[in-house]
Design a protein around this ligand. Sequence first.
Ligand SMILES: Nc1ncnc2c1ncn2[C@@H]1O[C@H](COP(=O)(O)OP(=O)(O)OP(=O)(O)O)[C@@H](O)[C@H]1O
Length: 250
Amino acid sequence: MTAMLSIDGLWKSFAGFVATRDVTFELLAGETHAVIGPNGAGKTTFFNLITGHLRPDKGSVSFEGRDLVGLPPQKIVRLGIARSFQRINIYPRLTVFENVQVALIAHEGQQWNLFRPGRSLHRQGTQELLELVGLASEAEETAGELSYGKQKQLELAIALASQPRLLLLDEPTAGMSPQETGETIASVRDIVKARGLTLLFTEHDMSVVFGIAERISVLHHGEIIASGTPDAVRNDPEVKRVYLGEHAHG
Ligand SMILES: Nc1ncnc2c1ncn2[C@@H]1O[C@H](COP(=O)(O)OP(=O)(O)OP(=O)(O)O)[C@@H](O)[C@H]1O
């Protein structure tokens, strides 16, 4: 497999605090890759550097051979990278259907007008995405009134509206019940397969990580301390030390 995303010598500091330290990383086309690490290890910062929400101090980020550093987030989305955030990012007062429809309209560069003619646009595409994430029967519900797990599914549909080749999910199961977690992960796995997506995700739930990741990278104090197959990472002495150290301190 070839590298879809290549990151080389990436650094990011906040007022002298180094959040990303000389990160070099390759994501292969078609793989499902988890980025794990204790709280504050720098996972979200790493994602923000890829998606243009932060600009690195040093280093390069290249997607399918194209340099991303300095591009604004919307431009990076257009190149084929979509993302979901840790906090919910939907229009709570619009219906489920409208949330996805707006995302499709925005992606096509069309104008959204609550009263027309926007309402008739992309109805089929919207329906297809809702079916894909299992929200077809909730289409007319108000988005803000959905359960937390369903709101995350809606976010996923919104992310997919930009037709990404690479999907970045920041803690897709955070705050979910065990049942919601299981359903969400099964759904993500199916969608990734159905659409042939490359998936990069962060996650605290190790059963999720080891259940779906083909490769795992471990961040600690902004540095990648291990990267490899789940078995290799599980048995890595440095990784064990970091995680056991965490538990020892509660
Ligand atoms: N905008 C910012 N300004 C100052 N410090 C920041 C900023 N963003 C992140 N940091 C710091 O950088 C470090 C890494 O944060 P980051 O959110 O990337 O970690 P994380 O691994 O995603 O954590 P978590 O698992 O808790 O979500 C933290 O110490 C955080 O306080």
